[in-house]
Design a protein around this ligand. Structure first.
Ligand code: NAG
Length: 237
């Protein structure tokens, strides 16, 4: 019972502090940007496909006229928390009004498809999905000193593997290749899927069939005995 008293005693003080805070206008600022949190479920998409990560927000009435245009920042967060309790972060894109800057690591793969039409639609399209794109994507909207954010988890599914016939290295016809993939609970990979895996560092000295009936060597760098030596069959990075 004795322990209860100090807590009760604190309440008026807390109320006073809150009142002061309101007086400073911080509560007002908190509602300057309203994120429309659309989804918190993991978005799952297959390797090499395109995904749309939603980010929608509204501004408090009057906020748009009294401030600079909102600044949008997309960041990827992934990996285990280190000893400092932090995960890895990588900037994906920043946008302000009609200037959209894509970071080098994501160039050619990300756009804001709804942004031209609607400045409050910062949804991010990410194409040519790779396994390494899996992670948490944070959309941050900054108006003046006000900052709001939403996060979307992304999981890229699928694995590309090389099937090698037990005896002869190049014994498989295209029809054989399709069949053995199915026998291994898989389907023959598309060029886009191999491209996505290659971008993540996949390296294999064997030529392999792809769904478009081409044969390619996924070699990161040529080396003795592994040049992708047949003209036109080389997988060029
Ligand atoms: C936002 O943009 C995406 C991509 O163009 C579109 O599919 C979506 O309908 C838009 N949403 C709103 C509310 O404008």
């Amino acid at each position: 019972m004795q322990g209860v008293l100090p807590v009760c005693g604190l309440q008026p003080l807390l109320a006073l502090l809150l009142l002061q805070t309101v007086g400073c206008g911080v509560t007002e600022a908190d509602t300057m940007v309203n994120m429309r949190k659309v989804t918190h479920q993991t978005i799952s998409e297959e390797m090499s496909k395109t995904v749309l990560l939603p980010c929608l927000f509204t501004l408090r009435p009057g906020a748009s006229s009294s401030h600079e245009p909102p600044r949008i920042k997309w960041t990827k967060v992934w990996g285990q928390r280190g000893s400092d309790g932090l995960q890895k972060e990588q900037s994906v894109l920043v946008a302000k009004d009609n200037v959209v800057k894509v970071k080098k690591a994501f160039q050619g793969r990300v756009t804001l498809p709804g942004y031209n039409e609607n400045r409050y639609n910062a949804s991010l399209a990410l194409s040519g999905l790779r396994s390494s794109d899996s992670g948490l994507y944070r959309c941050e909207v900054v108006v003046g000193i006000n900052d709001e954010q939403d996060t979307v988890p992304l999981e890229v599914t699928g694995v590309v593997f090389h099937y090698r016939a037990p005896h002869d290295r190049y014994a498989l016809s295209f029809a054989d290749a399709k069949r053995v993939c199915v026998e291994n609970s898989a389907v023959i990979a598309t060029p886009g899927q191999l491209q996505a895996t290659f971008a993540d560092g996949y390296d294999n000295c064997d030529a392999g069939w792809l769904s478009d009936q081409t044969v390619r060597y996924p070699i990161q760098s040529p080396r003795p005995g592994c040049y992708g030596d047949r003209e036109g069959l080389t997988w060029s990075p």
